[in-house]
Write a protein that binds this ligand. Structure first.
Ligand SMILES: N[C@@H](CCC(=O)N[C@@H](CS)C(=O)NCC(=O)O)C(=O)O
Length: 246
């Protein structure tokens, strides 16, 4: 059901996990919104113009004239705007806030770094992230340029990628623990489910990570809350021995 209310505009980059988080929250709350897909590379110009010179990343949300920037701030503001269903259920609100902020840290970083890192080894797979098939040779030439540019932008190196992979087991253990204590993974979807679920769903676009992630709480939440999620870098892309054993 759509609840009438203020004019809401969401600025996103399509593959961004925190943008998926915010969009899912808007839908959960039944709030009508317009989504603006920004063009990578030109997004900073728009973000600076709309949200201010220090707010260059997505997501951003306009609520009438009010400018809200960053996924955590946006979810908190949406909770004030439309309290039901609660993103921070009172009985576990503190734990949910803490888990949401934790999810907005290293996990979210890895959800950007690991797919882009893996794409270096299978650039033709970039085509699947737009919902299509693997790219042909000319498309792969273009993808290689895009992936190189993204590595540079994010400061990605083989060592950064390797180190990120080594951080994953402890992060996935923490997600299991959050599910075990009932902070995430229940039928009542909360802010931490959305923040963590979107990042894990993005990690599932890397086939080499499936043995680490599948069958665990994070994968269940991710696939339940974000069923439509294009993109797959097939297993076997990353160099042997880089993905830690489960
Ligand atoms: N932790 C912030 C992350 C914002 C962020 O880094 N967004 C990325 C997309 S996932 C972005 O805007 N990248 C483009 C850029 O850094 O210019 C949030 O959750 O809002």
């Amino acid at each position: 059901m759509t609840v009438p209310g203020p004019a809401i505009t969401l600025h996103v980059l399509p593959p961004s996990p925190p943008c998926r988080t915010v969009e899912a929250a808007l839908q959960l709350k039944g709030l009508a919104y317009e989504k603006i897909d920004l063009t990578p590379g030109r997004h900073q110009e728009v973000m600076a113009e709309v949200y201010g010179p220090d707010r260059l990343t997505v997501p951003g949300l306009l609520i009438d004239e009010e400018r809200v920037h960053g996924s955590v701030a946006i979810l908190e503001r949406l909770e004030e705007l439309q309290p039901e269903p609660a993103l921070y259920p009172p009985a576990i609100a503190e734990a949910v806030h803490e888990a949401e902020r934790w999810g907005d840290g290293r996990l979210q970083d890895l959800s950007r770094l690991l797919p882009w890192g893996s794409l270096h080894f299978r650039p033709e797979s970039l085509g699947t992230f737009g919902g299509g098939t693997a790219l042909d040779a000319a498309g792969t030439d273009f993808a290689i340029k895009v992936i190189r540019g993204t590595w540079k932008y994010h400061g990605l190196t083989a060592q950064v990628l390797y180190d990120g992979l080594q951080d994953l087991p402890a992060i996935l253990d923490r997600i299991d623990a959050l599910a075990q204590d009932g902070t995430i993974g229940t039928d009542h979807v909360n802010a931490a489910d959305l923040q963590i679920g979107a990042s894990v769903r993005t990690l599932l676009t890397v086939g080499d990570l499936h043995p680490l992630i599948e069958g665990r709480a994070g994968a269940e939440i991710a696939r339940r809350l974000f069923p439509e999620y294009p993109g797959l870098v097939p297993a076997g892309a990353l160099p042997e021995g880089w993905v830690p054993a489960r």
